[in-house]
Design a protein around this ligand. Sequence first.
Ligand SMILES: C[S@@+](CC[C@H](N)C(=O)[O-])C[C@H]1O[C@@H](n2cnc3c(N)ncnc32)[C@H](O)[C@@H]1O
Length: 247
Amino acid sequence: MTLYGVGLGPGDPDLISVRGREILDGVDVVYSPGRLSRAVATEHVPESRIGDLDFPMTSDEERLREAWKEAAAEIAPEARAGDAAFVTLGDPNVYSTFGHLRRTLDAFHPDIDVEVVPGISAMTAFATALKVEVEAGAGLALREAAGGHAPTGPDRMILFKVTDAPETARKLDRAGYDVRFGRRLFMDAGETVIADDAEAVADRDYYTLAYAKRRGLETSRATDEFAADADANGRVSATTDVEVGDD
Ligand SMILES: C[S@@+](CC[C@H](N)C(=O)[O-])C[C@H]1O[C@@H](n2cnc3c(N)ncnc32)[C@H](O)[C@@H]1O
């Protein structure tokens, strides 16, 4: 039978895909790697079908390898006897714990079939939440920025794992970027924060990302003409801040 890696989306239970929901309905057991993914999963399946896995909070690779071997040993018999799912927030193939599980299964339980159901990743959800349009032709890079790091280079970047927003913001400002932060976007648990000021997200919260754009980037879009026409005709576009008279 099959182990399904199911992306739950960013955290609002209704942002799972229809296929993901159907898979969760049909499998015998649903494993989750953490508290938040478990909370979202329980919106879709009864607690009695949730399988708990224990992962230590450590960067010790030896302990982590042991934990993954234990998780794979627990999941493999379930996925042999029936169908099972392993859920992750966002997409299972984007910076996700699911990758470790799949590699461990490949190494120690290669007979297990694995299928992935994609989820809405924070790397796409940020665009709607932060009102960013990634235009055709624009480049966009995904980077990590834990511990006050501030990668530079690309014109536009999404930064995951922002744990010291003020420090990351200071460095990016010096390097010529404008930065906006998003915390717990489309997430039921906790408070959603969207801010240009890093102080608004200064406290550490793992579910924080940033969008950085090089200052002074020139963009040219075919529809720019419409705004010029609107100005010429005295109409007000949605993004301009102009008072309209009665006549
Ligand atoms: C290990 S990555 C997991 C990414 C996930 N697999 C995905 O596709 O969105 C965790 C990082 O993603 C970002 N992240 C994930 N969900 C988020 C959300 N709902 N709001 C803001 N940032 C989020 C944060 O930067 C967090 O540190």
